[in-house]
Design a protein around this ligand. Sequence first.
Ligand SMILES: *[C@@H]1O[C@H](CO)[C@@H](O)[C@H](O)[C@H]1NC(C)=O
Ligand SMILES: *[C@@H]1O[C@H](CO)[C@@H](O)[C@H](O)[C@H]1NC(C)=O
Ligand SMILES: *[C@@H]1O[C@H](CO)[C@@H](O)[C@H](O)[C@H]1NC(C)=O
Length: 402
Amino acid sequence: MDGLSKSFWLVAFALVTMSMAKTDVEPLHAVVEGTNQFSSLFFQYVVGDNSGNLIISPLSVDVVLAMVGLGAGGNTEAQFRKVLSLPTPNNLAAIGYQTLIDNLNSVKDNILTLANKIFIAESLDINPSYKNLTEVYFRSASESINFVESTKASETINTWVEKNTNNLIKNLISPDMLNAGTRLVLVNAVYFKGQWLHKFNTELTMDMPFHVNKDTVKNVATMYREGYYKYGELPNLNARFVVLPYKGNELSMLIILPNEIEGLLDVQKKLQNVNLTDILNQGIEEEIRLHLPKFKVESKMILNKNLIEMGLTDAFTASANFSGISNEKLAVDTVVQKAFIEVNEEGTEAAAATGIIGVGTSAVIFQRQPLVFKINKPFYYAIQSNNVKPSILLFEGLIHNL
Ligand SMILES: *[C@@H]1O[C@H](CO)[C@@H](O)[C@H](O)[C@H]1NC(C)=O
Ligand SMILES: *[C@@H]1O[C@H](CO)[C@@H](O)[C@H](O)[C@H]1NC(C)=O
Ligand SMILES: *[C@@H]1O[C@H](CO)[C@@H](O)[C@H](O)[C@H]1NC(C)=O
């Protein structure tokens, strides 16, 4: 059936990040656990297919898929439950996502927007209860749109995306991605602009060697700051890590640096079996001379293949069951994510004492020379919230080359 294959368009699109307060802890906790499980596996599938620099927001994919998954039935629903580790019953999952989304949107010290929107074909009969579910729990307004006028429809969608990403993501959808068979476009936009708790002094930024691999060294703009950071060794990964907090301490960036120049592949494989929350608990605050390259990454990925490999097979085929969304036959056409990150010196200087909390007991720490931490070879990074336990990853990536 021709119309079916192009019937249902799904766009996930992510820029970045979030954090959380404490309400409805049970459903939230269940959703966060499920999201983290999905993210960890999803990352492995995505990196397997991408060898360059990477930025992804597994959370963003998770949220938009959960919204669709809660409208699935039969075997399709079972696959969504398994792949996303969705908590049961649906009601609990819905409340958990609602709490998560509201928490993300209430970050105070950094700019964070998480926005969902459903664009529905004018001709589509959508179940009132599903519309209600998305509006109430996913804070997702819907808008009817005529996909036949594909240029106008893509403009409407792209304008919405631009508006919700501070104009950073443009032209997410081209007119040729839409046609008379398009039924639904789901967009999930996450925009994050974080400021370091301790900003880097631009006058200290200079070119330093970066070892792309054993044979190639490049000079790249590298920031410098001396101060207290959470730091730790990861013998199992043959790596070390450092944590850079954002203003307000609601969010932080974790960087895992392999000990070997060509050690990133090994680290990235082993990450699957590592609990990042545990890693963070192992770190201690230390005075560090930190050298961190500035970087900027943009990626646009079609995620169908990865999701199918993970077990979300029926959703993309004629066997798809989305009886919760509509009585019409629907299938997912495409899942796309576009993401962007820029890391630079920006930030607001906070009280100098903040970074010292937790240093605690040992006078030895004060007497010895600050540790030098040079991020001068390919590394892994992640941005996560600090306010929930277990913490949730907002986005992750790899830097191979600069
Ligand atoms: C689709 O799912 C619904 C709800 O689980 C179920 O009642 C229906 O039988 C399913 N349809 C098919 C064709 O399997
Ligand atoms: C929408 O969902 C809320 C929460 O479940 C419920 O209270 C309300 O009655 C629903 N409204 C409609 C129109 O179904
Ligand atoms: C990771 O560790 C934390 C704290 O030890 C725990 O609460 C959480 O459930 C763990 N997550 C997974 C996926 O095992």
